[in-house]
Ligand binder design. Sequence first.
Ligand SMILES: [Zn+2]
Length: 497
Amino acid sequence: MARKQTPKPPSKTSVVNLDGQDHRFELLAPLSDAAPLVADVTPQVITAAKVSAIARYDWKNRGVACIGYTEGMAVAYASAYARLQAHDPVADRMARALEPAFHSHGHLKGDALSWYSDQLRAIGMGTATAVERLRALFVLLLGLGMRESSGRCCEGRDRSANNRAANTAEAGLFQMSFDLVAPRAELLDVFHHYQDHPGEGLREIFEVDMRPRENDRDRENFGDPASPGFAFQKLSKECPAMVVEIAALGLREEAGHWGPIINRAAEVRSASKELMLAVERIVDAPAIAAAGPAARALGAGATVSRADLARRFSAPVRLATLLPINNGLSSAKEETMISLLGSPHMPLTTVGQNERASDLVKRNVVLERMSPLFRLTGIKPAIDDVKAVLAKAFAKEPDLANVLSTEGMLSVRMRKPTNGSVSTHISNHAWGTAVDFKVVGFDAPANTGGSVPAFIALLIPLFNKAGWYSGVGFRDTMHFEVSEERVREWAKKKVLK
Ligand SMILES: [Zn+2]
């Protein structure tokens, strides 16, 4: 998607992946396109923020926030929440499983959510699920931004501190400097995205009623004007949405970057939690006016919530009613995949490392939109198949397009055996020829026994007809993959370069 659309000048900072190798090759992960949905609900989210208790709260030593700050943070949360529903990799990373917080050589390291777990629990916030973690993260961000900048998005560097170099001068809502971003590929990615799309920064929302107004001091940036650190300072003030994303990601791995986190001076408030919950309800229940039959059946102007649709498509359907399944098809064998599509660069783990994809996969990989809600990354012939299958599914059930989402397609990794045994086989996701589905608001269905959710029941015959094998054959309900037969057909027709 847009994140790497335009070529970037090579960064001066070398980015090294977890294996200590240069991050030269990067495959795009599936990235949702939640922007249209968020744009739809933004007026409602702003209203919810305006009337929220936290908008009137007297923050310790900071006072009441300007209304633009509370509204902007609510809209930024709506975006993150919608993107989490659509399995966007940035949102997934914000909401990933808890990691420890610890001290090393006197410095706080690790995950701010762990560091704040007692304070979060005190206001009734858990961190067991991805949504709970994302919600807690934004509750913490709301308090941190008040502490660091009093919610002034144009805030420049702290004049009482000595950090005046391009890479150390702090800027924006969370007073971050480029030296936090430069060594981290996932943070640089966000920075580059907003360099290409400064108009997505939500500045016009954040600066409403900002006090004091922006002045010349705020506009000043430090260091070499040609340096990325200088550009980062400038953009941090122009694009508050960018610094929210970067701070959200940064808090999960580098809690010690912020003094008010170290000494727990960033306030987490129950009223902040209430605002985030209100935002979630708005995103979950947008008006899908006359979008499909379910909406039309209720008459003109009727609306059906996305949550209702998702529930309908999650209703169980007996597998026995769908037989035969995978008739004449078999799961693609590892040796076939390696001989026809090349071997990934071993060794792999059970965590996706797409830079290790086989050379043939790298040559054939594409990223394409599948519905208003999501895009997929896979090899071209597989993407073409999935697109054709989904077009048929959406023609049959137009409402499905409003709730269908993905758990990912290309992911270069080993299989994850559900019985806890050691993984010895390469996942077919490693070639971008398998895809996992879910509906928004529900976990992706794993082993669902003798029945499957209605949306999977709809997809099974359509995928089978296209020569794709359903994962119910090995108790992985969400999963569909190119069959042994189909991949041999591709090889015969030489569709892969
Ligand atoms: Zn799968």
